[in-house]
Design a protein around this ligand. Structure first.
Ligand SMILES: C[S@@+](CC[C@H](N)C(=O)[O-])C[C@H]1O[C@@H](n2cnc3c(N)ncnc32)[C@H](O)[C@@H]1O
Length: 263
């Protein structure tokens, strides 16, 4: 039986009071992912695991023809609620379709681009989902996957410090969920090699973009919060530049590619 917890509170995964590094990470993840679909008037874009639909609506504002696919009726109802104000001019809002990512209810090659942001690790069969995204995207169209990296620099540093604390200082484990632990609603713990392996089966990967560095690293959020805002911004941008150069250390990775040739 498939189980998706639709009532869950995301506060154990994403801090609810947005600190500077969280705000930067989520904004950049969204910007990079949506830009990678190359939205423009008339382009057909599919948002897989569209949640409450904010990304689909943002794309529809560019004139793209957007479909949000989501298994949860509750999420779709929330998306419809958020989208209740009409879009400006003749722009059409997204169409919401109920469906599982591993059995997308669309014909082959229906879209110019398909993307999945922050959701693949919630899917029980992510490889089938990626294959489906490739199937419903036209030849030479774009498949875009944005995934949290649980082997980021921040995860590695936090894990090493905890080991030091437990093994060398014999202080005992910290209570509560640690940032590098896979959240309970994730089926897969992704790191770059696994992302490449799974995506590469159905998608010819053209670009791998690392986003943000240091999210969840002990001391990082607090230090950024104490600095003057412009200086904190410069540090976040510098860290992001390093993440672009070394995506295996990044907090989030965006993979962009084209469907492999269909047999
Ligand atoms: C963390 S939310 C991300 C939503 C959105 N993409 C965003 O960036 O805000 C994960 C979404 O994946 C959906 N989901 C879970 N399992 C799924 C599956 N097998 N197929 C499609 N969507 C699924 C959930 O209902 C939820 O809306």
């Amino acid at each position: 039986m498939r189980v998706v917890d639709l009532d869950r509170d995301m506060s154990d995964v994403i801090p609810t009071n947005l600190a500077r590094d969280s705000e930067y990470l989520f904004a950049r993840m969204t910007d990079v992912t949506l830009a990678a679909t190359r939205p423009e008037r008339g382009r057909r874009v599919l948002d897989v695991g569209s949640g409450v639909g904010q990304d689909s609506v943002a794309l529809a504002r560019t004139g793209a023809s957007v479909v949000g696919a989501e298994p949860s009726a509750r999420m779709i109802a929330m998306a419809q609620l958020f989208q209740s104000a009409p879009l400006p001019g003749e722009l059409l809002g997204p169409r919401w379709v109920r469906g599982w990512a591993d059995a997308l209810p669309f014909a082959d090659g229906s879209f110019d681009a398909a993307f999945c942001k922050g959701a693949l690790d919630h899917f029980d069969d992510p490889e089938a989902a990626i294959a489906e995204m490739a199937r419903v995207t036209r030849e030479a169209g774009l498949v875009v996957l944005a995934i949290a990296n649980f082997d980021s620099l921040a995860c590695r540093v936090a894990r090493a410090l905890d080991r030091l604390r437990e093994d060398w200082l014999a202080l005992g484990p910290l209570r509560g969920r640690r940032g590098y632990d896979t959240p309970s609603d994730h089926f897969t713990r992704y790191e770059l090699a696994l992302m490449r392996e799974q995506a590469g089966r159905a998608v010819e990967i053209d670009r791998v973009i690392g986003i943000s560095l240091g999210w969840g690293m002990p001391g990082w959020t607090g230090m950024l919060g104490r600095l003057p805002a412009p200086l904190a911004r410069v540090l976040l941008q510098l860290a992001d530049g390093i993440a672009r150069l070394a995506p295996s250390l990044a907090d989030v990775v965006v993979l962009v590619g084209r469907p492999r040739a269909r047999s």
